[in-house]
Design a protein around this ligand. Structure first.
Ligand SMILES: [Zn+2]
Length: 205
């Protein structure tokens, strides 16, 4: 995973690799666009971060590229702007990260804090996944193929998070709340992420 770039005698990289993301002690990824969400609080004391949760979201559903996700996670969604928004505008939710269709990374909550992305949930019999997980939203739907740059950013993000935290699994929202949630959906290629990270990801499933 940490194999160094191959350098020729002339000193040039043969294979270009994107520079690794870095996550600081508070859990900020400085390369991400920072949009602070108030929808977070302290994790329970002495709770290690052992899980990353992959979500899919688009607002309105099936439409990409607007600012509604940022608005939802910062309590600024206009309920009148779209019929669907009326049903969700009062929700107080967030995730740590959002990966846009073009692979751009947005951060709403530092990893050291608890974001409100999972809802009632359990993984390997441990309830309240928000306590011990990092939430990563991919802009998309259950049925539209996620974009190549999204897989690339997600893999880079998972790599750096796994170095910083004792993350044992990466699971889907549908894995931790199977009776309520279907995201990231059948469109998400788990094998592709496993290949990129060179490890199995959903050992508890
Ligand atoms: Zn979700």
């Amino acid at each position: 995973m940490k194999s160094p770039a191959i350098v020729t005698a002339a000193g040039r990289n043969v294979r270009r690799r994107p520079s690794p993301l870095a996550v600081d002690a508070a859990g900020y990824v400085r390369a991400a666009v920072q949009v602070a969400s108030p929808n977070c609080d302290d994790r329970p004391h002495h709770t290690p971060i052992t899980l990353a949760v992959v979500h899919g979201i688009s607002l309105p559903p099936g439409e990409f590229g607007g600012d509604a996700i940022e608005r939802l996670f910062t309590n600024r969604l206009d309920a009148a702007a779209h019929p669907y928004f009326a049903s969700i505008a009062t929700l107080r939710v967030s995730s740590h990260f959002l990966v846009r269709r073009d692979g751009a990374l947005v951060q709403f909550v530092p990893c050291a804090r608890r974001a409100w992305h999972a809802g009632p949930s359990a993984w390997r019999g441990v309830p309240r996944c928000n306590d011990y997980s990092i939430g990563i939203e991919l802009e998309g739907t259950d049925t539209d193929a996620y974009e190549d740059p999204q897989y690339a950013t997600l893999a880079r993000l998972c790599r750096v998070l796994m170095r910083r935290y004792p993350i044992a699994d990466v699971a889907g929202h549908s894995d931790i709340a199977p009776s309520r949630k279907t995201d990231p959906g059948p469109a998400f290629d788990w094998r592709r992420l496993e290949r990129a990270l060179r490890r199995p990801l959903r050992s508890g499933k």
